[in-house]
Design a protein around this ligand. Structure first.
Ligand code: 5GP
Length: 208
């Protein structure tokens, strides 16, 4: 069985990344097994969020212990909170042939690219700054000060767009989900994946 592919997806908050990933998972025409990694974070739980579904919400002390135990494949400080990806979960999923989506920031993406150069990264951009601002306001989860801080951070995040393999613009939801599916399908058709998957067939075809 061939290994799953690790996809990194980054975007400034308010770009609609979580909805898009959910849209992708719900999409009936998705051909491959996909799981979204659930990160650990030290940030405060927001209304509507669930421990174990959106994040594993842990204390700073617990996070430090996990760093010491080398439990994270990557971790980073984002908006003064820590976020990290569990190493064991990712490795188990990939070995079982399942694709994994990591919803992480550019700092985490850099660490994963270094450790797992075969991973593929996607940067999601909003169609305009105005729409990004509107989406952040509509979430109704953050204060004006936090929104202003997030807008500023959005530019910091977007400055890293060129480090990614793919760019998707989240203007039209359906189109963006389709773009993600196209990327997944194309990556499964690349030489490395196909050679692993059709190893026996290819050997037979090349026999003289
Ligand atoms: P939020 O607090 O709005 O859910 O997420 C804030 C930022 O943290 C987002 O850019 C998100 O992609 C990033 N993030 C979430 N989980 C992780 C993680 O495990 N590692 C890293 N490096 N960033 C993460």
């Amino acid at each position: 069985m061939s290994q799953g592919i690790l996809f990194i997806i980054s975007a400034p908050s308010g770009t609609g990344k979580s909805s898009l990933i959910q849209g992708l998972l719900k999409s009936k025409t998705t051909l491959y097994n996909i799981q979204v990694s659930i990160s650990h974070t030290t940030r405060i739980i927001r209304p509507g969020e669930l421990h174990g579904k959106h994040y594993y919400f842990i204390s700073k002390k617990e996070f430090q212990i996990m760093i010491k135990q080398e439990s994270f494949l990557e971790y980073a400080k984002v908006f003064s909170n820590y976020y990290g990806t569990s190493r064991q979960y990712i490795e188990d999923m990939l070995v079982s042939g399942t694709d994994v989506f990591l919803d992480i920031d550019w700092q985490g993406a850099q660490q994963i690219r270094y450790k797992m150069p075969e991973s593929k990264s996607i940067f999601l951009l909003p169609p305009s700054k105005d729409i990004l601002y509107k989406r952040l306001r509509e979430r109704g989860q953050d204060s004006d000060i936090v929104i202003a801080k997030r807008m500023e951070k959005a530019v910091d995040e977007m400055e890293h767009y060129s480090e990614y393999d793919y760019i998707v613009i989240n203007d039209n939801f359906k189109q963006a989900v389709n773009d993600l599916k196209t990327i997944i399908n194309a990556e499964h058709l690349c030489l490395l994946q196909q050679r692993n998957k059709y190893n026996t067939l290819i050997s037979n075809l090349l026999k003289r």
